[in-house]
Design a protein around this ligand. Structure first.
Ligand SMILES: [Fe+2]
Length: 264
């Protein structure tokens, strides 16, 4: 997702290595230890298989270059540290190039359980397992490619497709609803809520419905979209997503089910 942050980006050295302090590495260690049993309980098998494939270190912040090495051999993607703030145009352009933009800072202890903006734990622990799956990787790239053809007025519509799948999507697995999205995998609080809350609404995956559904970034999602399976996502990648955006625009946005604030 496009980035905006109160944190400062960490800049790689000449060898492409980002230096993290002992305290920062300990935050990673503790986040990893806290979330591993959560994702094992609530996340989709595709995420868990991916997590196994990327083989993240438990005790230190991984380097984007070492994760890229794994992804390159599996789906051709790479992870690139970016400044905390990038726009939609750059974001979509990078996805189209199979380049995942990653915020490089890690949250402080103050934000341990909840951080609104993406940090390196979200980017690596949440996103990169999904990018090991060729179907999810293809869908991510398709959104980027649609974004490259889009105009600025389309961005806020198109990004909803990314939000409700790659970030906060659910999927069925053996008849059980599991979490797919990276925003869920990296969130200790929202992960169990997303799959089991009686308050949250779960709608079947539908590209046009998603494109018409506004969201807020600063609350647990009131609406999730549920894939029948991951192949459905792969099939969606073959659609003309920009044509879908235009159709969604002509049909109009659904009324929000939350109180109005920070609509994306
Ligand atoms: Fe994200």
């Amino acid at each position: 997702m496009p980035k905006s942050s109160a944190y400062d980006a960490k800049v790689p050295d000449a060898r492409g290595v980002i230096h993290y302090s002992d305290e920062e590495n300990e935050v990673w260690r503790d986040l990893y230890a806290k979330q591993l049993p959560n994702v094992q309980a609530h996340s989709a098998p595709e995420y868990l298989v991916g997590l196994d494939k990327v083989g993240l270190p438990e005790n230190r912040v991984p380097q984007c270059c070492e994760v890229s090495e794994v992804l390159r051999g599996l789906t051709g993607w790479r992870v690139t540290p970016v400044p905390c703030l990038i726009g939609f145009g750059k974001f979509f352009g990078m996805l189209a190039q199979r380049e995942f933009p990653a915020a490089s800072f890690i949250r402080s202890r103050r934000d341990f359980d909840y951080i609104q903006e993406p940090d390196i734990f979200h980017e690596i622990f949440g996103h990169t397992p999904l990018l090991t799956d060729p179907r999810i990787a293809r869908f991510s790239r398709a959104i980027g490619q649609a974004g490259q053809r889009a105009e600025a007025r389309d961005y806020a519509w198109l990004i909803r497709l990314y939000w409700f799948t790659i970030e906060f999507g659910l999927t069925k697995s053996g008849g059980v609803i599991k979490a797919l999205g990276s925003g869920l995998a990296s969130s200790p609080g929202e992960l169990p809520y997303a799959v089991s809350s009686d308050v949250a609404e779960r709608r079947p995956f539908d590209v046009l419905d998603i494109l018409r559904t506004p969201y807020r970034i600063d609350i647990h999602q009131p609406i999730y979209f549920v894939l029948e399976d991951i192949d459905t996502l792969f099939q969606a990648a073959e659609r003309d997503l920009l044509a879908d955006v235009r159709e969604a625009q002509s049909l109009g946005q659904f009324a929000p089910t939350y109180r109005l604030k920070k609509i994306a």
